[in-house]
Design a protein around this ligand. Structure first.
Ligand SMILES: Nc1nc2c(ncn2[C@@H]2O[C@H](COP(=O)(O)OP(=O)(O)O)[C@@H](O)[C@H]2O)c(=O)[nH]1
Ligand SMILES: [Mg+2]
Length: 228
């Protein structure tokens, strides 16, 4: 409980035992519930979750976005906060995000990895790709995002039903921010956080293909909005 608000931490996992252990040992005490959505990990991810008494929901359908949407359906707390199981988004940032959202009465707050204080936390390729994708999002949607692809968000439960999320994979990270920004009842805000190097291997298999897919998705989404 934080300022009389209940908090759920939502973590999608796919063979992330090593990182998950580090993440779970650092979760602040005010977090009421830890929800892991796992896609049949074959390593010790589920065992690690049990060791830290985190709840595990199995989602056999693969996809980062699929896992998060399954998690969102199960949220009962006032706030849900997402992050990766790889240790890149420090749990010590949760308190600051909550304080900022409560003070400003924000319903959706995204943790921006930019400015990137630790350059070794992101490859040059990903840095350039993220910068370009954020720029094109801002250009097409007249938004002012600093990091269009961050995976750490703080969302008030009341807005979850209004986030009409269609994508099941990596695109969801960008889709959710665009939906929030375009919906005056939600709104999009950011706060800079520290971003640190990953523990274990990335689950992104074809980064160039995903980058292109993302680019076409953003243009397609803008065209759909135009038609409306
Ligand atoms: N449940 C589930 N989690 C996934 C899947 N793919 C990736 N993840 C998790 O989603 C988070 C983000 O993936 P990651 O490899 O860190 O992507 P990156 O941050 O873009 O490099 C990590 O915690 C992964 O374990 C999936 O198919 N199912
Ligand atoms: Mg990650």
């Amino acid at each position: 409980m934080f300022s009389n608000q209940t908090i759920c931490l939502l973590i999608p996992t796919l063979n992330e035992g090593e990182g998950l252990s580090k993440v779970l040992e650092s979760v602040p005490n005010f977090v009421d519930r830890i929800m892991i959505v796992d896609s049949d990990s074959t390593d010790n991810t589920v065992k690690i979750a049990a060791k830290f008494r985190a709840e595990v929901i199995n989602e056999s359908r693969r996809g980062y976005g699929r896992a998060l949407k399954t998690g969102f359906k199960n949220v009962k707390e006032d706030w849900v906060i997402t992050l990766d199981a790889d240790g890149t988004y420090p749990t010590s940032e949760i308190k600051g995000l909550l304080e900022y959202a409560l003070k400003k009465d924000f319903k959706f707050l995204s943790a921006s990895r930019m400015p990137l204080l630790n350059p070794s936390a992101m490859s040059h390729r990903n840095f350039l790709g993220n910068t370009f994708i954020t720029w094109i999002t801002n250009f097409l949607f007249k938004t002012k995002m600093v990091d269009g692809s961050s995976g750490m968000w703080l969302i008030h439960k009341s807005v979850l039903p209004f986030l009409n999320l269609k994508t099941d994979d990596w695109l969801l990270s960008n889709e959710i921010k665009i939906q929030a920004a375009l919906n005056p009842g939600i709104g999009f805000h950011e706060m800079a956080i520290e971003f640190i190097p990953r523990i274990g291997e990335t689950k992104v298999q074809h980064p160039w293909r995903i980058g292109l897919q993302l680019l076409f998705y953003i243009i397609w989404k803008r065209l759909c909005e135009f038609k409306n």
